[in-house]
Design a protein around this ligand. Structure first.
Ligand code: ADP
Ligand code: MG
Ligand code: ZN
Length: 478
């Protein structure tokens, strides 16, 4: 049976965090009474002229440079013509033939492998308005507050090969956008949107198959689910000897299916032409250099540095650079407790587990850097065992108390007093004459059993290193 390889390319629209719109001075603030943030320019009145917001260019430049694109010295705005009630001018101002940036790439991590995904282009454009459908009456209203809000469109090469890779790619783009502080990347609120193009081809072949473009994907989970559904649908068609129709399909999140929406429009349907109201955008070398100089250390660079300087596994480094705040948290811990792998384990395990379960970001962590560091120092000094430390950690998160206070209040200090441990060991060995005999007869694996019993008898408080030493002494005495 033929097996098929998915070919996926994504078009991402990210809203840029400017105070004002792309071609007028209206506020970009979300909410507000319908049409409160409008003026003759974004309402599309005749006879008014758009003026480009310089911040929009600067933010797009940041993204272009962070994703290794070639910035075009001259780029142009074009009119994309179509009719829809949320588009008062009858055209959207976008970039077409001459976008601001070409040919970049990002690196994604899937299953411990790093893959480079090419970016075809990045361009600037304006958002359209919003239709409000009245559920009680056959009436629709138009809110143009969003009209003219700046967007950056990022188009990937068709180089993604699975829904998981598509998900990883989107998360990577979002992480970069947040990292360089140009957008909030919130998919549920629509400030980060994605259309997914997907086709299949017989495994081992190179020609591309016919694609479908899926719209209405408003969460990461839905992107992956919709792609899985679409891949299954196309596979079935091809296996039955049919052919996939090139079209735009809509994801229905309730029914978890994609539905045919319309035939795929071609570029010529939009009658693109250069917008005569806007001069070309000129980005000179000095501007590129200035923006480059202001960029922070980027996620990829920081990930590589964590591997190099802290000897962290790639996997850890990738997770810890998931956001700038998380990477800062990790590095701030190291300032006081310089054992990178131990810190990494505690962040990736208990801390991220806690934050996930409470749906919090690292900035909202109930355990601050100082708190985690204090806990790690107590383990390091042997005051508490690593096992007990997890209990203390949970209690710190729940009560907000310090590790010290919890350990004192609950008497969790690790017992390193040899005579107390020796007593516990003697009691265990006395009750386990049978196991002792078998151990002496050569079943040395029973050591684990003895250690376990002693830890149980001391409620986990005995210092395991000392327990092992004394046990070994006693059992190997002949
Ligand atoms: P548009 O969808 O506006 O016509 P493009 O032709 O530039 O724009 O393609 C948009 C996206 O579709 C890109 O991300 C590209 O990688 C992807 N794409 C193009 N051809 C295919 C294909 N055969 N299978 C899957 N994705 C594709
Ligand atoms: Mg498209
Ligand atoms: Zn306006």
């Amino acid at each position: 049976m033929t097996t098929f390889e998915p070919v996926i390319g994504l078009e991402v629209h990210a809203q840029l965090k400017t105070d004002t719109k792309i071609f007028c001075g209206c506020s970009t603030r979300f909410g507000g009474a319908p049409n409160a943030h409008t003026c003759p320019v974004c309402l599309g009145m005749p006879g008014v002229l758009p003026v480009l917001n310089k911040k929009v260019v600067e933010f797009t430049l940041r993204m272009a440079l962070a994703t290794h694109c070639t910035v075009q010295e001259v780029s142009r705005f074009a009119r994309k013509n179509y009719f829809y009630p949320d588009l008062p001018k009858g055209y959207q101002i976008s970039q077409y033939e001459l976008p601001i940036a070409l040919a970049g790439h990002v690196e994604i991590q899937v299953d411990g492998q790093t893959r480079r995904i090419g970016l075809t282009r990045i361009h600037m454009e304006e958002d359209a308005g919003k239709l409000l459908h009245d559920p009680t009456r056959p009436v629709s209203r138009v809110d143009l507050n969003r009209t003219g809000v700046p967007l950056m469109e990022i188009v990937s090469e068709p180089e993604l090969r699975s829904p998981e890779e598509a998900g990883a790619y989107l998360r990577t783009l979002r992480a970069i956008i947040r990292w360089i502080d140009i957008g909030d990347g919130n998919m549920e609120e629509g400030s980060f949107r994605c259309d997914a193009n997907v086709s299949l081809r017989p495994q081992g072949t190179t020609a591309f198959g016919t694609r479908a473009e899926i719209k209405n994907l408003n969460s990461f989970k839905h992107v992956e689910k919709a792609l899985r559904y679409e891949i299954a649908r196309q596979t079935e068609i091809l296996l039955e000897g049919g052919s996939v129709v090139q079209e735009t399909r809509l994801w229905d999140p309730d029914k978890a299916v994609t539905l045919s929406m319309r035939g795929k429009e071609d570029a010529h349907d939009y009658r693109y032409f250069p917008d005569p109201d806007l001069p070309p955008v000129i980005v000179d070398r000095a501007w590129i250099q200035a923006v480059t100089a202001q960029l922070p250390e980027l996620p990829d660079q920081r990930r590589a540095r964590f591997v190099r300087e802290c000897q962290l596994p790639e996997y850890d480094a990738a997770i810890l650079t998931g956001s700038r705040e998380l990477a800062d948290y990790f590095e701030n811990c190291l300032k006081h407790f310089n054992q990178p792998k131990t810190v990494s384990n505690w962040i990736m395990g208990p801390l991220l587990g806690l934050l996930n379960s409470q749906e919090k970001s690292i900035e909202q962590s109930p355990i601050a850097v100082e708190g985690l560091v204090a806990l790690l120092q107590l383990i390091d000094k042997g005051t508490i065992s690593a096992k007990i430390a997890k209990t203390v950690f949970d209690e710190m998160a729940a009560s907000g108390q310090t590790a010290d206070a919890i350990i004192q209040a609950r008497g969790l200090v690790q017992v390193s007093d040899t005579s107390a441990i020796e007593q516990a060991i003697d009691a265990v060995l006395a009750k386990a004459a049978d196991e002792v005999a078998r151990y002496k007869a050569g079943q040395t694996k029973l050591m684990g059993f003895f250690v376990g019993q002693v830890m149980k008898a001391t409620q986990g408080k005995a210092n395991p290193k000392i327990v092992n030493e004394i046990l070994a002494n006693k059992l190997n005495q002949g």
